[in-house]
Design a binder for this molecule. Sequence first.
Ligand code: PEP
Ligand code: MN
Length: 344
Amino acid sequence: MIVVMEKHATEEQVSHMVEKVEALGLKAHVIVGAERTVIAAIGDKREETKQSLESGAGVSAVMPILAPFKVASREVKPEPTQVKTGSLTIGDGVLGVIAGPCSVESEEQIIRSAQAVKAAGATALRGGAFKPRTSPYSFQGLKEHGLQLLAAARDATGLAIVTEVMGTDDVDLVARYADVLQIGARNMQNYRLLEAVGGAGKPVLLKRGPCATMEELLLAAEYILNEGNPNVILCERGIRTFETHTRFTLPLATVPYLRQITHLPIVTDPSHGTGHTRLVPDMAAASIAAGADGLILEVHPDPENAMSDGYQSLNFQQFEQTMELCRKVAEALGKKMGAAVPVA
Ligand code: PEP
Ligand code: MN
């Protein structure tokens, strides 16, 4: 249920309604909008509950939330959410670009990558320290040492760090180093992990599972939001189809579709979405044209010798050209590419 407060409802009235919602055994999420404050009361649909809330002082209306996802829906929060952490701002008209290698491999590799992507306009650095690999015999990541190297790259460039957390046991460790916790496609429906990152106090980049529907993606986001973490970035990274010319199929209609039903920022991942370096620049530009709030792109100093996903990684020059192309599309749409990062 949504409790819509009157335009000039006082803080006391809002707090009183939060207490009332909680006393009814429901979870209260307060969303302060430009126009008015609403309280999403999650957990019950009984008519008596509605009536009891309607009588509260300062309450304008109580309405059911029709979407199966609640806190993520535009019904509850019509204004777009902007996620901000360190150098990264994403959403509400500001585009964020997260770029870097698939895996952190060495100090030299990650620092060089951070410097190059920053120079070309990226606003955050990606790099996997814990890698979800299809084969147990493939490179699994440098784990905590990889996180330390990411922190060194942040110190050197000022770029915020986006890195994957694969298991609940690792959440505290990864959250100690990362600015944004990435939930990989394979873990989109790992509900205990979603709850754990919801409570970790860091923004979360949630990747769509390759076989997940939009509703499943938004319900996964709901697990994180429901823990009181409002900073969720959704990522379309491609789905599994019958098509074999690309590694996955990158459905860009996801972007305008999600835009209409959720206030959360949406980025795309043309690297995993296509699996081919040569397809990445155009799909990146197309994502911006479709209304994406940003991109996550794999960039490597020497893609041919990368320890993972080299075949879909851009080299530094290709990344620069991709940024140039995206900037033109962004300008045409009246959007800003994330602000330049101050020198560390
Ligand atoms: C990655 O970002 O390197 C990654 C493993 O992505 P996904 O979870 O989308 O496969
Ligand atoms: Mn990868």
